[in-house]
Design a protein around this ligand. Sequence first.
Ligand SMILES: Nc1ncnc2c1ncn2[C@@H]1O[C@H](COP(=O)(O)OP(=O)(O)OP(=O)(O)O)[C@@H](O)[C@H]1O
Ligand SMILES: [Mg+2]
Length: 349
Amino acid sequence: MKFINLFRLVGSELAVDLGTANTVIFVTGKGVVVREPTVVARRKKSKELLAVGGEAKKMLGKNPEEIEVVKPLVDGVIADFDAATDMLKYYFRQLSQHGGIIPRLSGPKVLVGIPSGVTEVEKRAVQEAALSAGARQALLVEEPMAAAIGSGLSVEKADGQLVVDVGGGTTEIAVVSLAGIVINKSLRVAGSEMDEAIVKSTRLKHGLLLGEATAEEVKMAIGSAVPFPSEKSYVVRGRNLEKGLPKSLKLVSGEVREALAGVVREIVAAVAGTIEETPPELVADILKHGIVLSGGGAQLYGIDKVIAEETRMPVWMVDDPQDAVVRGLAKLLRNGKLLEQVKVTRGLR
Ligand SMILES: Nc1ncnc2c1ncn2[C@@H]1O[C@H](COP(=O)(O)OP(=O)(O)OP(=O)(O)O)[C@@H](O)[C@H]1O
Ligand SMILES: [Mg+2]
């Protein structure tokens, strides 16, 4: 009897944040067991999987002709169904073999986060990917709702709360009240667009072509939305566009901030626009609580300050912002009543 209980409890419930940039998997009783970039490497012809996660990300831009390095998600939604399924299958299998966590025959019940405002087809794809990867049941929850719950907000109350999750592919902005999403905006502009902006500006200004991964490093090291107390610099290596040869260059934080300004402006304008569309009673609630900021992209230095200034509202950055969605999904695994209220669709197999 004890064994069966343990089997059911520890065995079969997973929360999956299938993000554009990172995949985070939580297992009941174990905590977060996977936190890896959403990237797979496979043979082009046979589609045989060669590497997943961090290992695959290292191959980006360095792969020979016969190997392709794929990002299964673009702008928050599945762009390559087989790659997404193979990646999940790989993780589910790893968990069942090494940790003995997942009972192989019954498969796990899986909660997966999806961006708000995606199409039925896009939702279906996420659910199908989880089921094809071996899930016994796949339930979907909108990411802003999961982020709100993961940030510790009491979403069931008649009390408006504004959540902004800046991820890799999408910025999710939502007003949550009474366990529902009252207003939402899903902007397909987030961390990746910041990287692209750095690539573009370095090409135009210095005639130097940077790889995507290098641009992301620059963003994390010296990127910001407001000036740093003292200017920072970062040395990059790229390809000189004129001569086609490698070249080193010192980038300074001021120029990176300028490069990022457009993307930051778009995100801030979307937040302000959402507040404008929010009914006055809820705006009063939001003013009382402040705006809750989560997601990896929200860690861009000073983006909280810019949002606070533009909206004239207090802004709170969640602890470990990159894990807010998976934390919310994990809480829902323990709270069946709330899950019933917030889940999007049900897929049983
Ligand atoms: N310190 C930092 N400064 C700026 N950006 C950062 C920092 N740390 C991480 N990021 C960015 O956060 C993004 C990833 O965030 P997150 O893991 O929340 O995205 P995701 O959930 O995979 O994507 P999405 O929710 O859009 O599908 C990446 O673009 C990454 O470069
Ligand atoms: Mg996310």
